[in-house]
Design a protein. Structure first.
Length: 148
């Protein structure tokens, strides 16, 4: 027989297995400095980006998500450090991914790997025509063929 919601409920009741209880809703106002753990849907509303972007950021290592068990809903910890990674305007001197790759003399993927490893600071701009990742590049950083 296939598993249905009713059969699972009966099995849980028979063997006294508690069902998953969602944690109570936390205050997730934009000015809150405390870290909160929220679902992808709530994070989408708080951060002002789409679900697809959040999943891509988790895959790329820009943000970190957690699951209680495999297949459970993803939860994202929103703290001040994550809020600081998302800006409404482009900071002065920060470059787009293409510009950063050109300035460093490396491929775009190499720049993304450096962002993942924390070697380069990056923010996501979420408003205006110039949306996307912006990277802080110091002009004296070594490129691919530069010898230290």
């Amino acid at each position: 027989l296939t598993w249905t919601r009713t059969r699972v409920a009966i099995l849980r009741a028979t063997h006294h297995i508690p069902a998953y209880q969602q944690p109570p809703k936390a205050d997730v106002s934009a000015g809150c400095n405390d870290a909160v753990v929220v679902t992808i849907t709530e994070a989408e509303k708080i951060l002002g980006v789409s679900k697809v972007t959040l999943y891509r950021w988790m895959k790329d290592g820009f943000i970190h998500g957690e699951q209680i068990t495999p297949g459970a809903p993803w939860r994202i910890r929103i703290d001040q450090a994550l809020r600081d990674k998302i800006k409404p305007e482009v900071p002065d001197g920060w470059l787009s991914l293409d510009e950063a790759a050109t300035a460093l003399g490396v491929a775009r993927q190499t720049v993304l790997h450096k962002v993942q490893r924390g070697e380069l600071a990056a923010v996501h701009v979420n408003r205006g025509r110039r949306k996307g990742l912006r990277i802080q590049v110091q002009r004296d950083q070594p490129g691919l063929f530069d010898t230290p």
